[in-house]
Each structure stands twice: as structure tokens, then as C-alpha cells.
Ligand binder design. Structure first.
Ligand SMILES: [Zn+2]
Length: 130
């Protein structure tokens, strides 16, 4: 499985992450998941935690993201957030990845790098295809 996302969308997420510094930023990725995960749209949400070390999306924002996806005949296919550390899931991320088994796209603001992950029994890195 690969994560298909345009260079433009990656640039927008990178910009969001840099603008939100030092706090973590987050967004939902809307699109379609078949053999590959195709991102068509970014749904921006606030980091309700406002801290550099964690992110938390409010229940209202989560519901709105799923409603918006449904209205556009899309699915929530991924979750994006940024890290002031390597683009690897933290222990907290891993717990939430179990509950939200979609692709997790992480951007490292310290390494200027994206990495995508899926927790399917074990942690797998997902190739990003622009
Ligand atoms: Zn994280």
C-alpha cells in the first residue's frame, strides 16, 4: 500500500506545520482508500492541546471531518500531524493508531521530512508517492 498525495498538498501541510511551531499541528486527509490511499483534500483542524509535545483533536472537529468527507463521497483516509522530532510515531501516537487504523502522516519540523505509517498488528512504514 502507498500513500498518494500531491506535492502541493505536502507543501501545504509543511507550511501548516512550520506556521504552528512550536506547537504540533494536525489535519485529516480525505480521499479514497483502495489498494493505495489517495488523498484528495486536506481538512484542517486545530490542535486542541496547543503544546509542542502532543496533539488532540476536539470531538466536534472529528465529527465535522467525517461529515464533510461523507458529503463529498470521500473517506477520512489519514491523519496528519507534525513533530519537533523525527517523523516516527511516539508511544502516545501508537496508542491512538490502534484506535484509528488509517495512515498516519507525520512531518518532522526538525528534519524537514515526511513519513507515513500504518499500524496493522505491527508498525509499517508506508511509501509516499507525490
Ligand atoms: Zn506524534
Amino acid at each position: 500500500m502507498r500513500l498518494a498525495i500531491t506535492a502541493d498538498h505536502l507543501a501545504k501541510l509543511r507550511q501548516l506545520a512550520l506556521q504552528s511551531k512550536p506547537n504540533e499541528s494536525c489535519a485529516f486527509l480525505l480521499g479514497k482508500a483502495n489498494t493505495d490511499v489517495q488523498v484528495s483534500e486536506i481538512f484542517y483542524v486545530k490542535n486542541a492541546d496547543f503544546t509542542p509535545v502532543s496533539f488532540n483533536i476536539s470531538a466536534d472537529d472529528i465529527i465535522l471531518a467525517y461529515k464533510t468527507a461523507e458529503q463529498k463521497s470521500m473517506d477520512v483516509v489519514g491523519i496528519f500531524h507534525s513533530h519537533p522530532a523525527p517523523a516516527r510515531p511516539s508511544q502516545t501516537d501508537l496508542r491512538y493508531m490502534e484506535i484509528n487504523p488509517v495512515v498516519w502522516l507525520i512531518y518532522s519540523t526538525t528534519q524537514d521530512k515526511f513519513a507515513a505509517w500504518l499500524l496493522d498488528g505491527e508498525l509499517q512504514q508506508v511509501d509516499i508517492r507525490a
